[in-house]
Write a protein that binds this ligand. Structure first.
Ligand SMILES: Cc1cc2nc3c(=O)[nH]c(=O)nc-3n(C[C@H](O)[C@H](O)[C@H](O)COP(=O)(O)OP(=O)(O)OC[C@H]3O[C@@H](n4cnc5c(N)ncnc54)[C@H](O)[C@@H]3O)c2cc1C
Length: 417
């Protein structure tokens, strides 16, 4: 075990691979660099652009949260860090290949598949996961196709922050996205005529997972009226109190009506070819909420990172599952960076790092200058009132930047992901 107040590497350069450039990968790289001048870090990502859910999950109108990207960019300014985008672990390279070329491997691949609701009708056309909707609204290249056209009535199942984010994003009119990077064409294609939006939550108001600031923000969207159902009138907890305040300030006329329904269990999604409604059960029995679209926001799933070898570590959502905020990943990253440094074997022969990987991997990788070119192009393309216009396709993302000149034909290879 090394003394963590001293550089762990004793003058020998140690090569560290971080797979995944979301917050947990970026924070881990940042801690490693700061702690030890002899550590060199390569951050891989399957996408040609970095920053994971900060770019592709956090809402377009929460640019303050997305600003952490500027902090992460400074990590890549270090000559000891390389970004290797467009390289997927499991497809383009294996953990074994990383083990052969790096002193330690850190898996920070996240977990962002939508959990499927376990009720009849959950796979009908018109049912879509919140992750798919937020990826689509954020211009993720895997969601280039319109996932749905919502119709006038939407039911969102769930009452966590992602459910509230989706409600706000769908309910807001284009003129209220000032200062965001929302793509208006895309937004209008999916919510051309929204009238009513119902959030259905099995949990009580007291135990629902939303943050109070998030529902307050929802109620402040211009042109929406918020109704709250299923909140115990006598409950004195902060969430119930916040919800009661929202209900009391309901405007008379509204473009979109939002109903937040707690202690309400979805029983079945109804429809023949596609969604027509949701049957729910609450204390007074069963009823049907009409809907042309159901967005399930009941959490995420995926594969936990496999850590069979002491030189392989996992961090963030890939390590503990799909919960927690960006600041929480920072705390995880600190612990993992310390564990990596403590476990380094400084007596062994130096490792080659990125330069030891097969040419097939090195040639397809795009560096941070590729991201910088995309960033510059997106900002330059921004429409009035917007801070950027995102490049939305694999082809477009691989067609920008110096890597195109160097490596040519990537565009066609990844349109299937
Ligand atoms: C819709 C949504 C909104 C959110 N909004 C907020 C918010 O406003 N504020 C907040 O604090 N938190 C928010 N969060 C939570 C926050 O995004 C997470 O805490 C954080 O992103 C988790 O970081 P991570 O690095 O573990 O995973 P991710 O951010 O998912 O990063 C994983 C990275 O790994 C890459 N990857 C995956 N598989 C591979 C592979 N096989 N090979 C190579 N690379 C791979 C991915 O492309 C991605 O870049 C939100 C989450 C969601 C889903």
């Amino acid at each position: 075990m090394h003394d963590l107040n001293e550089p762990a590497t004793a003058g020998r350069i140690a090569q560290i691979a971080v797979v995944g450039s979301g917050p947990s990968g970026c924070y881990t790289a940042q801690f490693l660099l700061k702690a030890d001048p002899d550590l060199h870090v390569t951050v891989f990502d399957r996408l040609p652009v970095p920053f994971g859910l900060v770019r592709y999950g956090v809402a377009a109108d929460h640019q303050g949260t997305k600003a952490v990207i500027r902090q992460f960019e400074r990590v890549f300014d270090s000559p000891r860090v390389r970004f290797a985008g467009n390289v997927a672990l499991g497809t383009d390279l294996s953990v074994a290949e990383l083990r052969e070329n790096f002193d330690a491997v850190i898996l920070a691949t996240g977990m962002s598949e939508d959990r499927i609701l376990d009720v009849p009708g959950a796979r009908l056309a018109g049912v879509v996961g919140a992750g798919a909707v937020t990826r689509f609204l954020n211009g993720h290249p895997d969601e280039a196709e319109v996932p749905l056209v919502c119709g006038s009535d939407i039911v969102i199942i769930g009452a966590g922050n992602v459910a509230v984010d989706v409600a706000r994003l769908l309910a807001k009119a284009p003129e209220h996205y000032e200062g965001s990077d929302m793509d208006d064409d895309v937004h209008q294609r999916i919510v051309p005529g929204l009238v009513s939006l119902t959030l259905v939550a099995r949990s009580s108001a007291e135990t629902a997972r939303f943050d109070r600031a998030m529902v307050r923000e929802l109620s402040e969207v211009p042109g929406v009226a918020v109704e709250v159902v299923g909140v115990n009138a006598a409950a004195a907890d902060p969430k119930s109190e916040t919800l009661r305040t929202l209900a009391a300030t309901r405007p008379e006329s509204a473009r979109v009506r939002i109903s937040l329904q707690f202690a309400t269990t979805p029983v079945e999604i109804l429809g023949d070819a596609r969604v027509e409604g949701v049957r729910v059960r609450d204390a007074s029995g069963e009823r049907v909420i009409p809907a042309q679209t159901v967005v399930t926001a009941i959490g995420f799933t995926g594969h936990y990172a496999e850590v069979a070898d002491p030189s392989v570590h996992a961090v963030g959502w890939a390590e503990h599952g799909p919960t927690g905020t960006i600041p929480e990943t920072r705390a995880d990253a600190k612990g993992v960076a310390d564990a990596v440094r403590a476990g380094l074997d400084t007596a062994s022969a130096p490792m080659p790092g990125f330069s030891g990987l097969p040419p097939s991997v090195r040639d397809r990788a795009v560096g941070i200058e590729h991201w910088k070119a995309i960033d510059t192009a997106e900002v330059a393309l921004a429409r009035p009132g917007r801070v950027r216009q995102k490049v939305r396709t694999w082809e477009g993302l691989l067609g920008h930047g110096p890597a195109t000149v160097r490596h040519g034909q990537h565009g066609q290879e990844r349109t299937d992901r």
